[in-house]
Design a binder for this molecule. Sequence first.
Ligand code: NCD
Length: 317
Amino acid sequence: MTIRPTAPQDVLAARRLISIDDLSSADIDYILDLAEHYAGYLNRSDPAPKRLAGKTQVNLFFEDSTRTNLSFELAGKKLGADVINVPVAASSVHKGESQVDTAQTMAAMAADVMVVRAKEEGLHYELDEVLPCAVVNGGAGAKEHPTQALLDAAAIRSEFGSLESLVIAICGDIKHSRVAGSNVRLFKRLGAEIRFVGPDHFMPDGDQFTDIPRIDNLKDGLGGADIAMGLRVQFERMGDEAGDAARGFFETFGLTHETIKLAKPGARIMHPGPMNRGVEIDGALADDKELSLILRQVFYGVPTRMACLDALLTRGE
Ligand code: NCD
């Protein structure tokens, strides 16, 4: 059993988790160590200390979610919080209530933290201004998904020990991926070397991530990589071009048992889910228990979110 890590002074001074930039380096180390500590409780099926007893956590997801929503729910419950999921589809949003009004209504029920997923990139900052509770980003537009990046880092640490000097190839539809955005921000700070691999039309705009190499073929893109991270082709963000964008993608950029041989021997496969099998990744590779960390990522979603909620609401006390 790992020893509970000690929180750094003024942990999560930003009092919110909207972007990786809200975290100091000490916060990141603390959250990852605390995630590993909580992973121990889950692995042993031991009850975790109820450090959030009496706190109210509201999950307000304006966009679909399986992993993120459910693991935030489990995380809060494991720590003893009262957790509610707002049934957005059946809520007053459909009577024309604005997202901010819905959030303010939920916050008025004495919420201590609100986990929000939104299509818009600015909504979390707007909510942070007006809500009396802490705001956590459960996914914002195509820009940030900080807890996914933290859980990915926790999964990588569990396999490789650290991210220092690892070569991580982020492959596929980077342009529309909030996971890629947060992962680049976090992984660079943890000492990894990142590259983007995919066709031109899936690359971020030219003025973004200018320091990350962009490689338009798997041979060079996976060469020397310790990790190949596939991203979902996000058809719903593309409109009419969706069909064209994905045509021939699997043949050229699909991650398979064959193409992963281009990476370092022993390289691992990751994917934040949900996957399009046969589009960005072959099902047999995704299911390969030796090479795939995909379900490990899902597992780390719970202890990592426990660590984030704990750091934010108890401030390490
Ligand atoms: C991602 C998301 O919803 O941002 N999934 C996740 O949270 N695990 C990625 C995606 O939608 O493709």
